[in-house]
Design a protein around this ligand. Structure first.
Ligand SMILES: NC(=O)c1ccc[n+]([C@@H]2O[C@H](COP(=O)([O-])OP(=O)(O)OC[C@H]3O[C@@H](n4cnc5c(N)ncnc54)[C@H](O)[C@@H]3O)[C@@H](O)[C@H]2O)c1
Length: 274
């Protein structure tokens, strides 16, 4: 679909990292942008820094009513939405034995329920408006390679985002609705993802600090300077290209190509011939 003056994009997790880069890229393409994030101060700062028509809406994507409110605000202000980016995400970094139930609740609440809430609140409205639109949900290479150590809840959430997006693509293609779908699977991207806990609700406690988790954090941090890393701006450019060309898979780095292909080869080899 075309992005032009008059197009409206909604981006969750807009106050940092990939979400900020997406918001800037959509604004630069002439779109009005609705920026949603749970971090009110950072959201205001990002909204102030973007030229163009922007609407910041403080939103906790793990809360269905808050995402419904986001949709009401977006459609109320602009009358239509053309791109929805379900992008907000967080991670813990610990072996499964050290992940608490509240770790699971927090990560799945933001990364998976946040996307579910986005689809529930926006899809009926996108279908009803009868204009071309596109839903981009942020997964990760962890949603394709899966099984990455110290990232249990994150892996589960990101595999879920892939499954939800594939289902949505199939159903929308079958219905002929003019709504495209993409799943964004970034590799290592220098952002504040390692400091996710800054926005963790106090009611969900704190992450345990164990050596294996710290080692994983260090590995991710060192990857920020590695050859496979892409900037948030490069990731955002890939998303806009995919929206314009209706491309489903947005895989921004080949850094886990070996892991991804060996996983799928193992599955294929274990699958009996029909
Ligand atoms: N950075 C990477 O290497 C990488 C790799 C693969 C996938 N991703 C995914 O990219 C997405 C963006 O992450 P990022 O790397 O830009 O991290 P980031 O921490 O820089 O930005 C994430 C944003 O999400 C917001 N957020 C957290 N909880 C929220 C909630 N409950 N409701 C609304 N907003 C909330 C944060 O306030 C923050 O502004 C996430 O889904 C993440 O899993 C990141």
């Amino acid at each position: 679909m075309e992005l032009s003056d008059g197009s409206v994009a909604v981006v969750t997790g807009a106050a940092s990292g990939i979400g900020t880069a997406l918001s800037r890229a959509f604004a630069a393409a002439g779109c009005a942008v609705v920026l949603a994030d749970v971090d009110a101060d950072a959201l205001d700062a990002v909204a102030d820094s973007i030229e163009g028509d922007v609407l910041p809406v403080v939103t906790d994507v793990s809360d269905a009513a808050a995402v419904e409110h986001l949709a009401e605000e977006a459609f109320g202000r602009f009358g239509a939405v053309h791109v929805l980016c379900n992008n907000a995400g967080v991670s813990t970094f610990n072996p499964l034995v050290a992940q608490t139930l509240d770790d699971w609740r927090w990560v799945l609440g933001v990364n998976l329920w946040g996307v579910i809430h986005g689809v529930q609140a926006f899809l009926p409205r996108l279908l009803a408006q009868g204009q071309p639109a596109h839903i981009v949900s942020t997964s990760s290479l962890a949603g394709l390679a899966s099984g990455l150590p110290q990232l249990g809840p994150y892996n589960v959430s990101k595999v879920g985002v892939v499954a939800l997006s594939e289902t949505l693509r199939m159903e929308l293609a079958m219905s002929g609705a003019p709504v495209g779908v993409s799943v964004l699977c970034p590799g290592t991207t220098p952002t504040q993802i390692l400091e996710s806990e800054r926005n963790r609700p106090a009611a969900l406690g704190r992450e345990a600090r164990v050596a294996d988790g710290d080692a994983m954090r260090d590995a991710v941090r060192s990857g920020f300077d590695g050859p496979g890393a892409r900037t948030a701006e490069q990731v955002a450019d890939a998303v806009l290209d995919a929206v314009r060309s209706d491309q489903f898979w947005i895989i921004t780095s080949g850094e886990m190509q070996g892991l991804v292909s060996s996983r799928f080869h193992e599955i294929a080899a274990a699958t009996p011939a029909s």
